[in-house]
Design a binder for this molecule. Sequence first.
Ligand code: HEM
Ligand code: HEM
Length: 116
Amino acid sequence: MRESTLQRINYAMILAIFVTLAVHLATHAFLGVSGYEDSLTYDSVVGRYRAFSTVLTLGVLLIAACFHGLYGLRNILLETRWGARRHRLVSTATRLLGVAMVGWGLRTIVLTTWGV
Ligand code: HEM
Ligand code: HEM
């Protein structure tokens, strides 16, 4: 994928984090709960995984934060410019890490939403 396309996707992900992180933090501070302690009870957490709007928010935040964080890490690692082989290694390693992180996060979402 072209670098400019990745950069545009990153900006979209930053916007997505901005919105979904605000909602995520609100659902732990005051939105539908009386405070942090109340929001961290088992029933409260599972209730959010079972509600479509909050699980969608968590899913989008998971994908957006993983992409943005790993894209940023990849750029930092590539700034050392150690040649094409290292470029490929860094890109492949961050891509694999992204698949593992999103896969593990989605596993939590799927198991808690439909399992338990
Ligand atoms: C509201 C939340 C956030 C906003 C608005 C935001 C915004 C930004 C912006 C504008 C950049 C510069 C992008 C560029 O140079 O093209 C950036 C870089 C970066 N962000 Fe975030 N970010 C947020 C959350 C996060 C989170 C949660 C992480 C970690 C998972 C993260 C990790 C990074 C990293 C590693 C970089 C690259 C730093 C560098 O190149 O030196 N950010 N962020
Ligand atoms: C005060 C800070 C935070 C608290 C207390 C908190 C707590 C939680 C809790 C209890 C959950 C389970 C779902 C729920 O109850 O809503 C969760 C899920 C999640 N949080 Fe946070 N969180 C915080 C900050 C953040 C930040 C800063 C990020 C990302 C930049 C983040 C990303 C996520 C993601 C992606 C999930 C879904 C994970 C999954 O199910 O695979 N959280 N958080």
